[in-house]
Design a protein around this ligand. Sequence first.
Ligand SMILES: [Cu+2]
Length: 117
Amino acid sequence: MSNETTAGADRRDVLVYAVFLAAGAILPARAQAVGRRHVVIVDKMAFGPSPTGVKAGDTVTWTNRDIVRHTATARNGTFDVDLPPGASASAVMRRAGVVAYYCRYHPAMRSEISVGA
Ligand SMILES: [Cu+2]
């Protein structure tokens, strides 16, 4: 009996935690309120397809599915995103143009993002 009560409390705690996580994911995006979001998947030591239709002011989020750390480092210095294993991190594309980027740990990992005005 007491075990069931404990299990119930644990489930509630998990639910409350999940709601906190959801709020944390939503609120910062609303606070920015500018531009769209685009995602690049990093997997098997490679950057996935670059998003199309990115405009100045949009946010690009990289999601690292590998078990090693990566970065998305712009050659023109406009962003340097650290990507621990399993993590996601973002950068706002401030200016129009083509931005070549690479991984500082694995320089053979390269890609570019085309940012429209
Ligand atoms: Cu890397």
